[in-house]
Design a protein around this ligand. Structure first.
Ligand SMILES: Cc1ncc(COP(=O)(O)O)c(C=O)c1O
Length: 391
């Protein structure tokens, strides 16, 4: 089936956080929302069909999770990433962030340090702080808008004794697909300092320009024994509102410790719609994904080209993965809130504030998972606002 990502979308009755929370987040409702990481696209038809079919049954009692669900997860990893995982080490969860929080809670103590590389997804900070652990960061090196791990600093931070390293693989927001060499180096250092790895691989299906994802735990048995992997079809197929994720454990004991937490909360069953949606996504969603990725690449090329030609004060670059672009606005010389206010009130754009990701001032995150026409309008707004600003 041919999908049309240019098709106009209407999220007015969608109870969409991206649109309906504009007033709360940006102080006004008339901005183009390009912030939270979901897509302004209809999902794959087999997923819609699976949900409609389940809906038509009209019976929504308690559900059990069939083996076919876990088979679908394992087959996807094998097919896409050549990663062989055992079904008995796979767990269902209600989201990657809840899974991160559980791992933090169960495998570290209050006031322990938790390490991650910045700038990074803002919930890493929140998840650590909300559970009364201490954030420990290692800033990525940046050269010509290409980000790499500062291994000297990374090791220095590991020497400070964090209990856990949260790896973002691939890395949101700078879009790096870590190379095998980089992953091996990070993993070996974590083993050397006895630091558990939680690998957040939620963006791992969104590989651009032919890049290949390497699941961190697939690299070696030692890495696998030291890693909890969190992933999901929700980012890939725009299903975040269904709240579902997959956790892959190193062994039964760690799985049990993790799952005991959910047992104590009595959250052990699946939502009947997320169950069928995730299974359909993994079994029949590839055709849609293979058409989505070139569309995202096209949107990124459009934004980069537009900025290069028309807004030289804003530099951007093509990420290796994700549908999120990182905008270097430092040449506008707007500090902190002034930059955010400029984007909202002058350009009419709701972007992610770089400071929330632990970036220095002057960076914004742009979500390009929307019809091209939305980006064209956004870029025109931005150009006009910058032109007015620089006079
Ligand atoms: C790196 C990363 N992890 C996790 C999430 C959210 O996961 P979930 O909605 O499953 O909690 C996001 C959402 O943008 C993300 O970028």
């Amino acid at each position: 089936m041919k999908y049309n990502f240019d098709a106009p979308i209407d999220r007015s009755n969608n109870f969409s956080a991206k649109y309906d929370e504009r007033k709360k987040k940006f102080g006004r409702e008339d901005i183009i929302p390009l912030w939270i990481a979901d897509m302004d696209f209809m999902t794959a038809q087999p997923i819609i069909d699976a949900i409609l079919q389940r809906g038509k049954q009209g019976i929504f009692g308690y559900v059990s999770r069939p083996d076919s669900y876990f088979e679908a997860v394992c087959n996807w990893q094998k097919r896409r990433n050549n990663w062989e995982i055992h079904e008995n080490l796979v767990g269902f969860n209600v989201g990657v962030v809840p899974a991160l929080c559980t791992a933090i809670k169960e495998f570290s103590e209050e006031n322990d340090k938790i390490l991650f590389l910045t700038p990074v997804y803002s919930e890493f900070f929140d998840s650590v702080e909300k559970w009364n652990r201490k954030v420990l960061t290692s800033s990525l090196n940046e050269e010509n808008h290409y980000y790499t791990v500062d291994f000297q600093d990374f090791e220095a931070k590991l020497k400070q004794g964090p209990k856990i390293f949260i790896l973002c693989n691939p890395h949101n927001p700078v879009g790096r697909v870590w190379t095998k060499e980089e992953l091996v180096k990070m993993g070996e250092l974590c083993l050397k300092y006895n630091v558990m790895v939680i690998s957040d691989e939620i963006h791992s299906d969104l590989m651009l320009w032919g890049n290949k994802h390497i699941p961190f735990a697939s690299i070696s048995e030692d890495f696998s024994n030291n890693t909890i992997t969190c992933t999901s079809a929700t980012k890939t197929f725009n299903l975040a509102g269904l709240q579902a994720s997959t956790t892959i454990f190193p062994n039964e004991e760690i799985k049990k410790r993790f799952e005991d937490f959910w047992q104590r909360m009595d959250i052990t069953r699946n939502n009947c719609f997320s169950l069928v949606a995730m299974e359909a996504a993994y079994n029949y969603g590839e055709e849609w994904l293979e058409q989505l990725l070139p569309y995202i690449e096209g949107n990124m090329l459009y934004v980069k080209d537009f900025c290069d030609k028309n807004i030289p004060q804003i530099k951007t670059f093509l990420p290796e993965s994700t549908y999120l672009m990182w905008l270097d606005c430092t040449k506008l010389n707007l500090e902190g809130d002034a930059l955010v206010n400029f984007m909202i009130n002058e350009a009419g754009l709701g972007l992610g504030d770089g400071r929330a990701f632990g970036a220095n001032k002057g960076y914004m995150r742009l979500n390009v998972a929307c019809p091209r026409v939305t980006l064209e309008k956004a870029m025109e707004n931005l150009k006009q606002a910058v032109d007015r600003f620089i006079g």
